[in-house]
Design a protein around this ligand. Sequence first.
Ligand code: ATP
Ligand code: MG
Length: 177
Amino acid sequence: MSEKGFVIVYTGGGKGKTTAALGLALRALGYNHKVCMIQFIKGSWHYGELDSVKRLEPELELTAVGKGFVGIIDDKSPREDHEKIAEEAIKICKEKINSDKFDVVILDEINYAVNLGLIRTEQVIELIKMKPDDLDLVLTGNHAKQEIIDLADLVTEMKEIKHPFKSGIKAKKGIDF
Ligand code: ATP
Ligand code: MG
């Protein structure tokens, strides 16, 4: 019999949310568990994991959604376009969660999409409630909504004690991106 899956939330203002999710993926892959990471794109930066995960395919699959979230602040495209992209993103999440192909599904930066108002909290709650019993579902991003925290089994808040950024040091390749 398979074990009950967890709902895991990595939130908070300190560094380590996405990398914690990637670490968890690496661990799960060690048992030949299948992992899907859906990244809600929040900037135009390139992240090292976009390339390294290819070496872990097909057991690890990475899907990027919401390219339209890039530059949303000064983006001239109409709000409806972003909402359409958000709907599409939710559809992809539902497909992956219900595909029966994965043991772990990671929704990276989904809290960010919620905080931008692109995805409603209720839609995330729906995703959590529809997940198969044995699936581990990981949600990352700062400012996780209380309703999501309430539904989770495991919540870790990354708390910043020190960050080189605060002393004016730029983001570092391989560490920050
Ligand atoms: P990481 O991807 O390194 O695990 P994260 O997922 O916790 O970080 P995000 O909010 O997704 O953090 O931000 C991603 C980028 O911002 C990364 O380059 C990360 O190093 C950087 N970052 C994270 N926390 C801080 C912070 N407290 N101050 C400045 N930069 C940060
Ligand atoms: Mg992150």
